[in-house]
Design a protein around this ligand. Structure first.
Ligand code: GRF
Length: 209
């Protein structure tokens, strides 16, 4: 059974989607950790019987100290996969390197478009027709690692950022659950910095709509 640790900062609805999927998905969530002790996701994860921990970044003088504490907590759970699900801290190359090839992130845009924050606003400003979310392996580059999978939706006339966010969120949930399930099956991996599916390089992201 693939051992998954989920990192969150707040609401945790993507974490909830993984909790809903884990029984049929062939993976086990062995820990949830947040940089925010008040994150709602910590409460319901604990309610679901999952071990949780808070590692407040403000308790540490620098990013390195925070990350050392985080690694200590995470490695105790011996994870095969780390999932960043709404984890809102920038990670150093050292942290990323420690989990190279076994850490993924969900990002609310069709990467490589709109890395970083305010993706819905920026998609509207750019007047693109398509928007969506991506799951990618985490590398040193912010939201820049190899993309595994995406979900796409069209932008409608009169859409505002909040409409896009609301319409995208359930799609994010399905995307993340489906992607983690696929990784648990052993069909997805990383080789030479590229995503492989059943041993072959993936030419374009998998689509889970
Ligand atoms: C999601 O939109 C995710 O893509 C982004 O942050 C949000 C987290 O939502 N990185 P939640 O905490 O999972 O509800």
């Amino acid at each position: 059974m693939m051992r998954v640790v989920v990192l969150i900062s707040g609401r945790g609805s993507n974490l909830q989607a993984l909790i809903d999927a884990w029984q049929s998905g062939g993976f086990s969530i062995v820990g949830v950790v947040s940089n925010n002790a008040n994150a709602a996701g910590l409460q319901f994860a604990a309610g679901a019987g999952i071990t949780t921990a808070a590692v407040p970044h403000l308790d540490h003088v620098d990013r390195e100290g925070f990350e050392r504490a985080l690694i200590k907590v995470i490695d105790r759970w011996q994870p095969d996969l780390i999932v960043l699900a709404g984890f809102m801290r920038i990670l150093t190359g050292k942290f990323v390197g420690h989990y190279a090839g076994r850490m993924i992130n969900i990002h609310p845009s069709l990467l490589p478009d709109f890395p970083g924050l305010n993706t819905h606003e920026r998609a509207l400003q750019a007047a693109v027709q398509w928007h969506g979310a991506s799951v990618h392996y985490v590398t040193d580059e912010l939201d820049g690692g190899p993309v595994i999978s995406q979900t796409r939706m069209s932008i409608e006339v009169d859409d505002q950022a909040k409409d896009l966010a609301a319409r995208l969120l359930p799609r994010e949930h399905r995307l993340l659950a489906a992607t983690v399930t696929e990784i648990a099956r052993g069909s997805i991996g990383l080789k030479n910095g590229r995503v492989i599916l059943n041993g072959e390089y993936l030419e374009k992201p998998l689509v889970f709509d």
